[in-house]
Write a protein that binds this ligand. Sequence first.
Ligand code: 2HG
Ligand code: ZN
Length: 448
Amino acid sequence: MSSLAAALREVVGKDHVLTDPDMKSGYEIDWLRQYIDDTPCVVRPHTAEEVAGVLRACAAAGVGVVPQGGNTGLVGGSTPRDGAVVLSMQRFTELGDVDVRSMQVTAGAGVTIEQLQLHARAAGLDFAVDWGARTTATVGGAVNTNAGGSRVVRFGTMRAQVMGLQAVLADGSIITQLGGLPKETAGPSLVQLLVGSEGTLAVVTAVRLRLVPWYQHTAAALVACDSLMHAVGLLPALRRLPNLDAVEVLLPEALKIACKHLGVTPPLDPASAGAFVMIDCAAHRDPTDELAELLSSYTGVLAVGAQRDQLYAIRDHVTIAIGALGKPLKLDVAVPVLHLDRLVRAVRAGLRELAPRAQLVVFGHLAEGNLHVNVLGAGDAEGALKELVLTTAIELGGTISAEHGIGVAKAEWLERLKGPAHVAALRAIKGALDPGGLLNPGVLLPVE
Ligand code: 2HG
Ligand code: ZN
C-alpha cells in the first residue's frame, strides 16, 4: 500500500492523501453507522486530471476506488469495502456563474445541494431537487443516485436537471460535455447513462444543471386522512393545482417520532388519522387561496398557509428521529400509487408474523408512490422482512429503489427486479467502460 500512497501523493500532493486512522475515520462510515470498513487511504483530488491520475495509479496497483461525495447515502454505495481507496470529491466546490438566459449553471461534484440552491437564488432562480440532507449531500452524489426528494412531482428527478457533465472514465480518459444544449440528437446520451450509475462507470467531476424559477411565495397544508387509500384519493384534485410543489406522506408513527425528536407538539394528533399528507404549493404570487379553496371541503386540515417551516422541519427530521431510536432496516420502494395501500398492508401483515414487537415507520413521497419503509428492532427477522417488502414491491409492479440507489444493500436484488437480460446488458456496459472492475466494486452489480 505505501507505494500506492506514494504514487497518489505524486498526483494530488501530500496533504490530500490521508492515511492516518483519525483522519480517515469519517470517510469509512456512513452517517447512520450502517456501513463501516477500513480504507488504506483517502485521496482528495481537485481537478479531473488529478482524478485521472488517481484512477491510473489505483488500476496499476489493482486496488478498487470508491467515489464519495457528502456520504449521506443510505445503501452503502460510498463507504469503502474490500480494501478500496476512498476518492473524496469534496474539493470539487467550484460554482460557475448562473446563466439566466439558458437558466443553467455548472457545479463541481462536491458542491452541496444547499450551496447550489443559494447560488441559484442569488441570481433569482432556484435548483429544483431538494431533500432533508441538502446541507451535506453533493451534486455528484445526487447525479450518481438519480436523487429525487420532495419536488419530483413538479420538476422530476435529478435526471431531468442534468444538461451535461464532465466525467473521468476508468482508464483515465475524460469526457467533457458541459455546453448545456437543450436539444441534441447525436447518438445515445453518455451523460444520461452516467446518471444513476452509482459511481460504477465513471467519476463525475462537474455537472451542467437546469435551474427553475425561484418561487418565493409558498403555502403548505397538512391533511389527516382516514387511510392511505384516502390519501391517494386526494391526488387527482391536488394535481389540478397550478402551483403544486410537493405531496409528501407520513404515516402516524413517522409524524409522532419526528415531533418527539424535535420536542414539538404534533400539528395534528397522530392518533387521529391513518395517514397524513403534507402539501406544498409555491408560486410567484401567494398560492394560499388556491390551496385553501381546494381543501375547503376536507376535514382534518391544518390551517392552510401557516406553519410551513414547522411542517418542513418535521418532515426533514423523520430520518434523524429514526436514526436516534436505533439502527433501522431501511427500504426505499415505490409502487404505482393505486397499490400503495396493498403494499403497506402486506408489510404490516409480515411484521405481525415475523417481528410483532418491531416498530414500523413509514413515510415518503406520495405522488410518486415512493415509501420509505423503516423497521426498528426487527432483530433476526430483518432478512425475511427485507425479502417480503422488496418482493411485494416487485410483484405490485414497483421498484426496490426509488431514489436511494441500489448500493451494496440491494445489489443481489437487481436481477430479480430487472431480469437477466437487463442485468447482462448492464454488465456488458460495465465491462466495456471498466474492464478491470476498478470503480465502486460490489455496488449496483453484485461481484460475480
Ligand atoms: C427522505 O425522504 C429520505 O427523507 C430519507 O429519502 C428516507 O430515511 C429514509 O428512509
Ligand atoms: Zn425520500
